[in-house]
Design a protein around this ligand. Sequence first.
Ligand SMILES: NC(=O)c1ccc[n+]([C@@H]2O[C@H](COP(=O)([O-])OP(=O)(O)OC[C@H]3O[C@@H](n4cnc5c(N)ncnc54)[C@H](OP(=O)(O)O)[C@@H]3O)[C@@H](O)[C@H]2O)c1
Length: 241
Amino acid sequence: MSRILVTGSAEGLGRAAADALLSAGHEVVVHARNEDRAAALSRLVARGADIVVGDFTERDAVVRIADELDAGRPLDAVIHNAGVWSGPAVMPVNIVAPYLLTALLRAPRRLVYLSSGSHFGGHPSLAGVDWRGGSAGSYSDSKLFVTALAAAVARLRPGVLSNAVDPGWVPTRMGGPDAPDDLVLGHRTQAWLAAGDDPGALVTGGYWYHRQMLEPHRAVHDEAFQDLLLRTLAEETGTAL
Ligand SMILES: NC(=O)c1ccc[n+]([C@@H]2O[C@H](COP(=O)([O-])OP(=O)(O)OC[C@H]3O[C@@H](n4cnc5c(N)ncnc54)[C@H](OP(=O)(O)O)[C@@H]3O)[C@@H](O)[C@H]2O)c1
């Protein structure tokens, strides 16, 4: 049994992954942005999930959540799932919060980052990025950055399994009702990489789609780009990886 944090689990793929991991007998920590949204998790909490609450557009809230989790039973895995499609929250939620949690959380040995096929349209340039969310951010860029973060962690943290997952274009609130891909397959790869014990799940540095490893944007494995991204995020947050 593993103890697994799933960020952004009030609905969509995060909720589905948390539900599946609980059903499989794991300890799950769910996450909602505020107390109102925490109400959406009451059934998972009644089934034994722990809960943390905090808005990922607020860095102080991300740090407080990391402190709370570090003071409790150690996590085995984190699924960095919380995400937004557009607007000023894109960079804070999609890349800064996963970076900060990665830097601060003690000891999880498996890290899964939600990427997207949209990352192929991202620009491997950090010039002018508004990390604080004062203006709208590019979703594609944020997903390219988080995919590169997953690869950088795989390179720099021996013993940690770090992977990125494209869940497919699936019919959640973000994906919309006409999304063509399979909603059930949309969370399975994350749950498998976070807690599976077959050899196929014990890999690192992958970019996955429905349990198949694919080749990501070439910037993802560019070590100079990874290092620049980490340096920039460290300077921006005051927290080194
Ligand atoms: N659906 C797709 O087709 C698709 C495709 C590729 C990648 N993805 C990725 O998959 C992940 C999950 O997406 P989804 O489709 O399940 O989206 P969703 O249904 O919109 O769920 C997003 C989750 O993130 C949480 N969240 C958003 N902003 C937050 C904030 N400021 N603080 C804390 N939590 C916040 C949401 O909480 P609230 O409910 O309170 O807003 C919700 O629980 C995302 O990273 C997304 O980029 C999705």
